[in-house]
Every structure is written in structure tokens, then in C-alpha cells.
Design a protein around this ligand. Structure first.
Ligand code: ATP
Length: 234
């Protein structure tokens, strides 16, 4: 479904992505894990058209999407739930969710999808009239995921959905990610929480200093001694 080929991204003189190759098949949850500053967010931002690559290509369903703008990416079926729970704080929960559906004309189906999101995240339903800025961190994360889902993505890019959340909420979020995937959405999950991400995903790529260090199915990575020592310790 998505294929990243030899991708190089720079921020001025900083070579952030150094020849990344990555593949996501339809129906999969693929996780990209790695330490602070390894290049995870840059990879997602480049897929969704926010950063531009200096060289290499990104193919979506066999076609290059490297020069598409971020809004065109959403129309093509790729939606990005950014790091740091970027919700519109002076808008209500409902207004934030409606923004996620702004490209859609099928209002009846939008209403059904909204109900589905409220069934995934009942707390958002209770707080639908509340300003998004007054939600807790976990609730804002739920809102960011819900908003991304409302564009009906075929491919959902999730940037650190567990960041800063209490362990119980993290478990809940990961179980919802699996649920979303079972309903047919392919997912690329960026995480620092390697343990949880490997338990949730089918396949994984580990990125270090802008390069893919290790890749494989998550079951074998969870049992790999190098992975255990370098990424799962503690
Ligand atoms: P984290 O888990 O800390 O969010 P990450 O793996 O997502 O890390 P990136 O945010 O992709 O890492 O950053 C990769 C590298 O690019 C880092 O060295 C970072 O300092 C650098 N970088 C990221 N954004 C910018 C920017 N806007 N300008 C300059 N350098 C940047």
C-alpha cells in the first residue's frame, strides 16, 4: 500500500533521514520505533507532505505521492494524527471532530462515523460541548485520533499516541488502535514505547540516527536479544 524508497530528508545542514526504506501492506499495523531524535516524526511528516524529501520516493498504491500537498494527501486517504495532541483548544470537541470531516460530502455517513468514534471514546461524547483545551492529556489524544479517523483514512499515521499518558490509558489507546485496524484501516504507528508498540503491531522497523537499524515481524523482534538489550530494557 505504501512504499518508501531510499528517502533522504534534511533540515538545513542536518541530515535527518538517511536513505530510509519502509513498506506497509494493506491491512497491517506497522510500527516505527526508536529513541528521541531518531527520525520517526520526520518520516511521518514527510509521508503526509509536511516536509519535503531531497531524494527518494514515496509510493502510495503504486503511485508517487512525493509532490502532493497535505490536503491532497487527506483526499487520497492518508490521515495524520500528530504528536503532542494538537487539537484546536478554543474550539469544542464536536467542532474539532467536524474539522476532520471537512473534505467529505457524505454527511449521513459522517454522522455514523461520529457515532463510531463516540463508541470508541465515550468520554468525548460526554464532553462534546467542552473546549478541547480543557480536556485531559489522554482525552486530547483520543480527540486527535478521532479527528484523524473522521477523514475515513485508508492509511492512518499515528505519532506517539501513548506520549505522556498513564499506563491504563495507554493500554486503552493501544486496544482501540487494534480495533480500528480490524475494521479495515491500515496503520503506521510511531512510538517510543517499544514494548507496547511491538505487542500491538504486525511488523516493525527500528530507526536509529536517521537509518533503519532492524526490521522484522514483531514476534521475532520481541524475542531478539539485540532488540531486547537495546530497545526493550527497563
Ligand atoms: P522524538 O521521539 O524525540 O519526537 P523523532 O524520532 O520523532 O524524535 P524527529 O523529530 O524526526 O525525531 O527528528 C529527527 C532529527 O531531525 C533530530 O535530530 C531533530 O533535532 C531534527 N529536526 C527535527 N525537526 C527539525 C526542524 N524543524 N529543524 C531542524 N532540525 C529538526
Amino acid at each position: 500500500m505504501l512504499e518508501i524508497q531510499n528517502l533522504n530528508v534534511y533540515y538545513g545542514a542536518i541530515h535527518a533521514l538517511k536513505g530510509i526504506n519502509l513498506k506497509i501492506n494493506q491491512g497491517e499495523i506497522v510500527t516505527l520505533i526508536g529513541a528521541n531524535g531518531a527520525g520517526k516524526t520526520t518520516t511521518l511528516r514527510t509521508i503526509s507532505g509536511i516536509e519535503k524529501a531531497k531524494s527518494g520516493d514515496i509510493l502510495y498504491k503504486g503511485k508517487s505521492i512525493k509532490s502532493l500537498s497535505a490536503p491532497d494527501m487527506v483526499k487520497a486517504g492518508i490521515s495524520h494524527s500528530p504528536e503532542g495532541r494538537r487539537v484546536f483548544s478554543t474550539m469544542s470537541v464536536l467542532e474539532n471532530l467536524e474539522l476532520g470531516a471537512y473534505t467529505r460530502k457524505d454527511k449521513v455517513q459522517v454522522k455514523k462515523d461520529m457515532d463510531y468514534i463516540f463508541s470508541l471514546f465515550p468520554r468525548l461524547l460526554e464532553r462534546r460541548e467542552q473546549y478541547a483545551g480543557t480536556l485531559s492529556g489522554g482525552e486530547q489524544q483520543m480527540l486527535a485520533i478521532g479527528r484523524a479517523l473522521l477523514s475515513r483514512p485508508k492509511l492512518l499515521l499515528l505519532d506517539e499516541p501513548s506520549m505522556g499518558l498513564a499506563p491504563l490509558i495507554v493500554k486503552e489507546i493501544f486496544s482501540i488502535i487494534k480495533d480500528i485496524n480490524k475494521k479495515g484501516t491500515t496503520i503506521l504507528l510511531v512510538e517510543q514505547n517499544a514494548n507496547m508498540a511491538l505487542q500491538c503491531a504486525h511488523r516493525a522497523y527500528i530507526i536509529q540516527n536517521g537509518k533503519i537499524d532492524i526490521e522484522g515481524d514483531t514476534e521475532s523482534l520481541l524475542n531478539d536479544n539485540k532488540v531486547k538489550e537495546a530497545y526493550l530494557a527497563g
